[in-house]
Design a protein around this ligand. Structure first.
Ligand SMILES: [Zn+2]
Length: 274
């Protein structure tokens, strides 16, 4: 008769996830959906011993037992020993499809080989390029008002090292939220947004939200601010703000059917902010 197998203790599970850097322990694998593997098989040892367990994704787990490119126990112990700095990282994959586009509020911006939507200061910019039919968001940074980097996107990887920011992610969606006070918008900008839309819940807007809706289509919300100007994208609108203007310039459409098609080079911005 099979022995009763108790659940793995939550602390052991958390420690093993942390040890693997909250991703598959295989240094060649980006997956973040994890399961635990017993290097010393349960049916022989009948113990959930942290020292002989490792966090792997289902695919790598499968390769431990099967496959021509076998993963050995030596590999697994080696992977367990890799020192890892856990910093929240999420990868956003976009399935290739029709000409790629970004849905910004309720307007869709399309560029066949890429597009820079705006470029505030070289680093505060939004856009994408198409590489080998993969859609890649341009190097994208979100800073607080003291110019501290709080979230960045590089080659589809979303990272945050700021403890005031929480990255929530599942395949196809990454949201960066403020968990404690972090100033991302000056008061004049909040007033400007409220002047245009009194129902806007300014304090609850995500710092950055990336959501793959369809092959080639990513919905983006976020806050990009400099001292005197900025861009805020909410669920239904794309707003350009300037300190000298009490109201933002707002662009609204009818959703993904409203398309702005940009035919210029990726190096040129669709919107200029002066
Ligand atoms: Zn893996």
């Amino acid at each position: 008769m099979a022995a009763h197998r108790p659940k793995v203790n939550q602390h052991v599970k958390a420690a093993l996830y942390e040890q693997a850097g909250r991703k598959c322990a295989n240094p060649g694998c980006p997956s973040i959906l994890l399961e635990l593997h017993h290097i010393r098989e349960w049916h022989v040892y009948q113990t959930h011993d942290e020292a002989h367990m490792v966090a792997l994704c289902a695919t790598c787990h499968d390769h431990v037992d099967r496959g021509d490119l076998h993963i050995s126990d030596d590999d697994l112990y080696h992977w367990k020993g890799i020192p890892r700095v856990t910093r929240p990282t999420a990868h956003l994959f976009v399935e290739p499809g029709p000409p790629p586009a970004l849905l910004l509020g309720s307007i869709c911006c399309r560029g066949d080989s890429g597009l820079t939507v705006f470029d505030l200061s070289g680093s505060l910019r939004l856009g994408f390029v198409v590489r080998d039919s993969d859609i890649m968001l341009l190097a994208l940074r979100v800073s607080d008002l003291e110019d501290n980097l709080i979230v960045e996107v590089v080659d589809g990887y979303v990272r945050s090292q700021d403890p005031r920011i929480e990255l929530e992610h599942r395949p196809g969606r990454v949201t960066a939220r403020r968990v404690s006070t972090v100033k991302v918008m000056p008061t004049w900008a909040k007033l400007s947004l409220l002047a245009a839309d009194a129902r806007c819940r300014v304090e609850e807007l995500p710092v950055l939200d990336l959501h793959v809706l369809e092959p080639g289509l990513v919905r983006i919300q976020g806050i990009w601010m400099e001292r005197d100007k900025g861009v805020v994208i909410t669920e239904d609108r794309l707003s350009f703000l300037h300190r000298d203007r009490p109201h933002p310039i707002t662009i609204m459409g009818a959703g993904k059917k409203s398309v702005l098609h940009f035919a210029g080079p990726v190096s040129m911005s669709l919107f200029k902010l002066n």
